[in-house]
Design a protein around this ligand. Sequence first.
Ligand code: ADP
Length: 430
Amino acid sequence: MRIRLGCIADDFTGATDLANNLVRAGMRVVQLIDVPSDADRHAARQAADADAVVIALKSRTVPAADAVEASLRALAWLRSVGAEQTYFKFCSTFDSTPDGNIGPVTEALMSALGTDFTVATPAFPDNGRTVFKGHLFVGDVLLSDSGMRRHPLTPMTDSNLVSVLGAQTTRPVGLIDHTAVAGGAVAIRVRIDELRAEGVGAAVVDAVTNDDLLRLGAAVQGLPLVTAGSGLAIGLPANWGVKPSPTAAQLPPPAGHQAVVSGSVSVATTGQVREFLRSGRPAFGVDPLRVAAGEDVAGEALAFAGAHLADGPVLVHSTDSPDAVRAVQGQLGTAEAGELVERTLARIAQGLVERGVRQLVVAGGETSGAVVRALGVTGLRIGPQIDPGVPWCATTLPDGDTLHIALKSGNFGGPDFFLASFALLGEDAS
Ligand code: ADP
């Protein structure tokens, strides 16, 4: 077995974002949730049918030693399925601290791969992330002037990525600046050779347009390791002669009932729930206080859904006004309320699948994690994009059936996201 690109992402939504970019550039992609166990033959079978595999870790803010250990395990698995090039995906705002984890993980991967050089760029111009003279811009402002300055876990107070990465690595860090990048793949390779001769181990790369990323992509052909946000993904598939094609996003045809489970209270999701209610389709609201009081709310939700699923999409949600959510949090505690709702919605999702739901939209990042765990999903084939950053995915259930699942973080998607998702899946299959 030989996959082309083996990717290690430091969080789940970042993994999906990368997978989505690779699919749009023409690769068939499988996303795995954590490193498969040796016994997980299904993950290996899925990988066999893909050009790229993205392993989603939760290593962005854990202690550096744990991030290194998980990343090396991911690398070993990717090498076992023949990955030709390794892509370490970090956040497009370079989320890290002087302790890591971008630097330590990069160096550990370099050592394991036996390579003395790699590139690093979080540039993703489509999302407003650009790098110029080594400085990262978020929209129109420097990283250090953006909201990331006050991030609770990884405050970014320096926009100069050469110094930020340098503080996290033992190897010298250099810069491939925009003049080399504008010169094309050959000029970038000349610059790489110069930096290598100077003993530089990792080079931050300027990129302000997609063309810059395409040129960089061509220049890094054959490098054992690249490190980047998800932007560089647009420039790599062409190195294997892969071109954008709708077949890359093709999933098995959809079947079964349709349902939405929403545990997100973000502004965008609240609008989407409102829009669904306005359409007159059946919806069940989960009241966390009734769950906390020991009532069988999950059972009620499933009985309600069971009565309506044959007629089209059903929504089960805990989405409520900010005041109502605050009141619940005040009474139960924020973390306790969150966990209670996640657990309940995950059980409901499981029950929905038992009742024949095979097309499931989940709203909320944490909620998605809980649902995926409850369903025992370990791998997702990435399909067509519903809205930027949110693709339909397909996974195989223990009984062999295909489940189509879309995992949406809170603030993604247009107002009509829920019904539009099902419409897209239907169209795509016809
Ligand atoms: P988002 O992607 O919008 O942040 P998440 O699922 O990541 O959504 O997080 C939302 C959190 O809020 C979850 O922990 C969820 O269980 C919790 N939650 C959802 N609905 C309610 C509610 N009505 N009251 C209290 N907490 C809630």
